[in-house]
Ligand binder design. Structure first.
Ligand code: ZN
Length: 219
């Protein structure tokens, strides 16, 4: 039974999840945020997520699952591996962390369960990204079914960015009145530089191109 409109947002301190946080604030009565320490190189992500949650007036829970790095090494968790700027044809980029979003959603559902929340919000998107399988809609829908069955609780997984490209994500943050906050406070850069970032890595290029496209469309 859905007795309230309480939501848990997966918040990483990046552009997408921050936009989702403010989207959730518009859509739900009560919003909670959860972030993960999974051994990522850039610890700043979680500090920023906490700051952003504070600014939004949302409680933030940081959960450690750094054992993930005991199983798999990749460019986001291992300093000796550089982010591959050109993705090999037909392969996943070396920033792929296998199983990450399934684990994150499961943890978020456990947290939601303990606070009687039935809505989960995640910023995954298949419109404009590297082809991570756990950002696709079919994954999100299947995870929704699996976690609802596993916890015998009716959850609804919301993916408001699923079909938005980066310029449309900027547009949404503008509609939510937080474009400047997202621009100045979030960290998307693979080199760990907040706001406009290093400007060179794939995440920065995508973010900047999206912002320019959106700002041009407003002129
Ligand atoms: Zn960068």
């Amino acid at each position: 039974m859905k007795t309230n409109k309480r939501a848990v947002v997966l918040l990483s301190g990046g552009q997408d999840s921050t936009t989702c946080l403010f989207w959730a604030k518009r859509e739900f009565d009560e919003v909670y945020a959860i972030g993960f320490d999974y051994g990522q190189k850039h610890k700043k992500e979680n500090a920023l997520a906490k700051e952003i949650a504070d600014m939004a007036g949302v409680p933030f829970k940081l959960v450690s699952i750094d054992s993930l790095s005991q199983l798999h090494h990749n460019a986001l968790t291992d300093s000796s591996i550089e982010v591959c700027h050109e993705k090999p044809e037909g392969e996943l980029p070396n920033t792929f962390v296998p199983g990450r979003n399934l684990i994150f959603l499961t943890y978020a559902a456990i947290y939601a369960y303990t606070i009687d929340a039935h809505h989960l919000v995640t910023g995954v998107s298949e419109a404009d990204y590297s082809g991570y399988p756990d950002c696709r809609n079919n994954f999100a829908r299947a995870a929704n079914v699996a976690i609802s069955l596993a916890l015998d609780t009716e959850f609804e997984v919301h993916t408001p960015l699923m079909w938005l490209d980066k310029s449309e994500v900027w547009k949404l943050s503008d509609e939510l009145g937080v474009l400047d906050l997202v621009r100045e406070k979030t960290l998307t850069c693979y080199n760990g530089i907040p706001a406009d970032g290093c400007g060179e890595c794939p995440a920065c290029k995508l973010r900047r191109a999206g912002l320019q496209k959106y700002l041009n469309s407003k002129k």
